[in-house]
Write a protein that binds this ligand. Sequence first.
Ligand code: INS
Length: 273
Amino acid sequence: MKCLIVGHLTHDIILRGNVRIERIGGGVYYSALVLSPFCDVEIITKVGKDFPKEWLRELKERGIWITLLPSKYTTTYELRYLDENTRILRLLSKADSFRVSEIPTDNWDIILLNPVANEISGEIVKKMRGFISIDVQGFVRSFENGKVGLKKTNASFLSNAKIVHADVNEFEMLDEIDNKPEVMLISNGADRGEAVYRGERYHFEPIKMSVAETTGAGDSFLAYFSYFYKQYPFMKALKMTVSFTAFFLKYRTPFFDFDEARENAKNVKVEKI
Ligand code: INS
C-alpha cells in the first residue's frame, strides 16, 4: 500500500513543568510514524537548513521516504503542557507554504493532508483525487505574535475528502461544509468523541490510561483510522483506531503487540446516537 502524507515537519519545544524537550514533530511526523509498519510512506514537507539531520535520518531508517522542499525557516512550535491534555501553543517560526505545483496527484492508496500552520491551501485540497484524509488543525489556526488561536474557516474544500478529523474546538470553526465527507471524526481529548458516518452519528469512548503527554494523539488517530477504514467497515475501523492510538500513546513507538491491540479493540465502546 502507498501512502502520501503532506504537511510541515516541525521542530517542537515541549515544556512540561520544568522539563524541556526538543524533538521532531508535526502532524505528518506522527501520521507517518504510525503508518510506517503497514504502508510505503512518503512525506512531502518543507523545512529550513537548520532542521536537525538526525531527525530526518530517524524517519529514513524507518523506511519513510521524504521529499524535502527547501524553505528559509522551519516551522517551530512551543507546546507548553498544563496537564496531559491541555496545552498552550506558540508558533516561533514558519516554513513556506506549499504551492499547487509542488504536490503530485498520482496514484496513492491513501493521501493524508495534515498541515499545522496554514501551509496547505484549499486550492491544493480541491486538486487532489483519491482516498483523501484531512486533519483540520492546520487550516483553522490563526497566529498573532506567535500566539496560536482559531479562526472561522470556509470549509467547502473539505467536501473533496473521504475522512476528516478535527477536535471539538476546531470543528466549531468550520463554516459551510455543504458536502459532508464520508466520515467526520470529532475528538475531545480523553473524553468521549463523536463520529459522523454517512450522516449517522456515533459516540466513541477513548481508552482511559495515564500518559505523560498527548502530542500526536490526533495525528495518529487520523492515520490509523485512514488505514483501517481502507479495509474494514466503519465500526470495526473506529474500534481498532481507538485501541491502536492508545497503545501508540502509551508506548510511543509504532511497534507494539498488534495482536493485543486488535484484541483490545473488541472492548472499545462505539454506539450509534
Ligand atoms: C505537534 C503535533 C500536533 C500539532 C502541533 C505539532 O508536533 O503534530 O498535532 O498540533 O502543532 O507541533
